[in-house]
Design a protein around this ligand. Structure first.
Ligand SMILES: C[S@@+](CC[C@H](N)C(=O)[O-])C[C@H]1O[C@@H](n2cnc3c(N)ncnc32)[C@H](O)[C@@H]1O
Length: 548
């Protein structure tokens, strides 16, 4: 063990020097830790301390003072010394104080927890802030990186919190947090590590732990998702949590595990997504989200909002309530963040009457779209379709009466034995050519079974464009054309008569402005299906009245 008693602790120049190497930081941290009670360090930390250049730890008083004033000079030095590239495999990105304050403030507004757990504590920004806020709470910081753990111990000691703190050096997923009779508040910034850097043993842990809870799982989930699941496993009903993490989980397939946890056992209370321009984490380009939860809560809704600036996070009780039932049905959550248009008296969101579906994605339009009567293909595999938005914008009076001018999508049956000999010959000749042109190796083709089956939906009675510098065109599809993904299809949930559909299409044409969609640079406005489903339309009674 190092003999730090011999150190000279009053030299500010030495302190600056310590901040310029990881070994120096370890020495400086140990000098601070030695003043308190968190000295019972792990073997990995001891190893670092022993290897550290500890001839002198410098004048720690200045560092201790800075910590007592609310700074994190040790954490700042760590981030400076270890490049972003080196920190990436551990997902080590430290949280700015405004975000830490807002999240701890959210917990404070809910009472006094008996214990704070800071998972992946880094230098302990959350543990220290929470320790100062909750004067009777015990503190548990869990950190895998021994140097970060030393910084955390030093911070807790300098802040005078060491007497009620414990630093666990190990993996949060299997950490023993000990018992707590009161409410535990989990607060922190789970490491963002992509799945290909996660060892198979932990992927297996994720799969079996999620399955044990009946939750859907994907091996593509990153470490932040592992931390949420670990929290659910560590927590008891009534425990609180506030985590800041990236926001991609809202829309990607592997994020479904977290989405389901929030609508179920983890008890999501609110989700706040920071606009990408806010860039709260230096050196990273990810969109951030702050997620607040109360384990086991059965509240029927989750508050959700988009936040333009970090300072707007200060009140984490804000947001628009979205029913958990609805959230369970949505595959992507970020479209729900755009504020819903007010629904006037007598109107309902389109989604109550109809589902809006994207058009088919062929994977290679040059292969799968051809002229309407292509003689080289079986007639029954040719489906006249809207393949250009212009075909809808140009439909006179918002009505598509015939297939004239439309091209066709080639949608062969999954089982080619359904075709007669001549048709089969044509189909096989086409598929050989398509394969030669690379159509089989496209991402979309590789993910469908069989690779040639485009899988068109039935004709939608109303078709809508969804991306343009003008409001969408809503067109009554009397022709029965199919559509690729240049247009959405609007399908009534229950049978609607032709009259009602005409009135509905007319109402959409007259009532929709670009303000209801999402506008991108250059004024391009896009309506995702879920955004289109929020457009107010007359309710069935009013539709019937207007149809007279
Ligand atoms: C995003 S940083 C957050 C640091 C600190 N909580 C903050 O917000 O300033 C994530 C931290 O988790 C640690 N970490 C990574 N994997 C871990 C694991 N499996 N168990 C515990 N900690 C881990 C990293 O070393 C890093 O310090």
């Amino acid at each position: 063990m190092s003999d730090f008693k011999q150190m000279k602790l009053d030299d500010p120049i030495e302190t600056t020097a310590r901040m310029e190497s990881e070994r120096g930081l370890a020495a400086l941290s140990w000098a601070i830790i030695s003043r308190g009670s968190l000295v019972d360090i792990s073997d990995a930390e001891r190893d670092l301390v022993d290897r550290s250049d500890h001839m002198c730890a410098g004048a720690i008083d200045g560092v201790v003072h800075a910590i007592q004033q609310g700074g994190d000079p040790l954490g700042d030095a760590f981030v400076r010394l270890r490049s972003a590239r080196k920190r990436r495999p551990m997902g080590a990105v430290y949280t700015p104080p405004e975000i830490v304050d807002a999240m701890v403030g959210w917990i404070a507004a809910r009472g006094q927890p008996a214990r704070i757990v800071d998972p992946g504590s880094g230098s302990g920004r959350f543990a220290v802030k929470a320790g100062r806020t909750f004067r009777d709470a015990s503190l548990v910081a869990v950190e895998l990186d021994p140097l970060a753990a030393l910084l955390c111990r030093a911070n807790l000691t300098a802040a005078g919190l060491n007497g009620r703190a414990r630093v666990v050096v190990g993996d949060y997923r299997e950490a023993d947090l000990g018992r707590c009779d009161g409410v535990t508040a989990f607060v922190g910034n789970p490491p963002y590590v992509r799945h290909h850097q996660i060892e198979p043993q932990w992927k297996q842990w994720l799969t079996s732990s999620a399955a044990g809870r009946g939750l859907p799982v994907s091996a593509l989930a990153g470490m932040h998702i592992h931390f949420f699941l670990a929290t659910l496993l560590h927590a008891r009903p009534g425990d609180l949590g506030s985590f800041v993490t990236s926001a991609e989980w809202m829309d990607v397939n592997y994020g479904r595990l977290l989405r389901e946890m929030l609508t179920d056992g983890l008890g999501g209370e609110s989700v706040h997504v920071l606009a990408p321009e806010a860039i709260p984490f230096e050196g990273t380009a990810t969109t951030a989200s702050v997620i607040c939860f109360r384990v086991g809560s059965e509240a029927p809704s989750v508050k959700m909002r988009r936040v333009e600036k970090v300072k707007d996070l200060s009140n984490l009780t804000r947001g628009r309530r979205i029913g958990k039932q609805r959230l369970r049905q949505e595959k992507r959550w970020s479209p729900l963040l755009t504020s819903a248009p007010p629904v006037p008296e007598g109107y309902v969101p389109l989604g109550e009457l109809c589902r809006v579906h994207r058009g088919a994605v062929t994977g290679a339009n040059a292969t799968w779209i051809t002229k309407a009567n292509d003689p080289a293909l079986p007639t029954r595999a040719l489906f006249p379709a809207v393949t250009k938005a212009r075909e809808l914008f140009d439909s006179p009076d918002g009505v598509l009466l015939s297939f004239a001018g439309l091209r066709a999508v080639i949608d062969l049956p999954a089982d080619l034995s359904e075709l007669d000999d001549e048709e089969r010959f044509q189909a096989e000749r086409f598929l050989r050519l398509a394969e030669q042109n690379g159509a089989r190796s496209s991402y979309v083709a590789r993910h469908r079974n069989p690779w040639w089956s485009v899988g068109l939906r039935s004709p939608a009675p109303i078709l809508a464009t969804y991306m343009a510098r003008r409001p969408p065109a809503f067109v009554r599809n009397f022709a029965g054309a199919r559509n690729v993904n240049v247009a959405h299809g609007i399908y009534p949930r229950e049978l609607l008569s032709g009259h009602l559909l005409n009135t509905l299409a007319a109402s959409l044409r007259n009532g929709v402005s670009v303000a209801l969609g999402r506008t991108y640079a250059g004024g391009l406005t896009k309506f995702e299906p879920s955004e289109m489903e929020r457009i107010p339309v007359p309710n069935p009674d009013l539709l019937a009245e207007l149809s007279q």
